[in-house]
Design a protein around this ligand. Sequence first.
Ligand code: NCD
Length: 291
Amino acid sequence: MQNLVDTSDLSEQQIQNILTDAKSFKQQLPTALLRDKLLITLFFENSTRTRSSFEVAAKRLGAMVVHLDPSRSSTNKGESLHDTFENLCAMEPDGVIIRHEYNNTPRKLADKGLTSILNAGAGNYAHPTQALLDYFTMVEHFGDVRGKTIAIVGDVVSSRVASSGIRLFVRMGMRVVLVAPGPFMPDNDLEKFEHLEEIIDEVDIIMSLRAQLERHKAPIFEDYDEYAREYCINKERLGERDVLLLHPGPVMRNIDISDEMLEDPRCKVLEQVKNGVFVRMAILKCLLLDA
Ligand code: NCD
């Protein structure tokens, strides 16, 4: 039984297979490879893209999907997460797709060995399927991304998309630089810049991130318009540069990315969402069929 708690759970070969399968699924939808499989989704935090993308991916492959809404479950009657999980596992699903506020929840559940765990976002630590779909989107555009420079811009310290992405992109030979104001900057040994202007001429890809207000214990900026003046990705800042623009969503318009840039062909936000389905199909095949 294989889990996907972070991309380190996958071998190089499995990552390559996921890219190859996602590309072929994008060209032609496959037959119902997961016809007899049952997946349960368990999302303790809000989600628009990730939950629906997993469901679409699973159903495109013929699997059955059952959602448990924790706000309407016995968690509200005082049942612990571990008991809820073990009860769900008694129904013999082939995998549980979980999103949770704590960094270590997916690993703890995976360690029980009851079913395959697919991490759909845990705390500020990991969001492996987002990292893989972002990687796929870059590879699709550039062919080879080894040696390319990606600037991750915004609330890096709160972002599981950034932390999972950093680990995967560095592993795949990319140069990752961080651009953020002090309070949004994590403590690690990557190159860091306070202003995008300092590094923009060396950048091939910009990944813009949302300020994760719900994870800040106290408000960090009084005024996000002021933040936007420095960090919003707009046409003025980007000029005519040949840069790919990514964002995991939800985009805070005119704070993270300007309305105008969202319409620009260099902006791949909706392509990321489209690719997310094919990449999650490939991940489900990898975990539930090939492993
Ligand atoms: C993100 C998340 O929840 O980690 N969204 C996503 O899954 N695509 C990022 C965010 O909420 O800002």
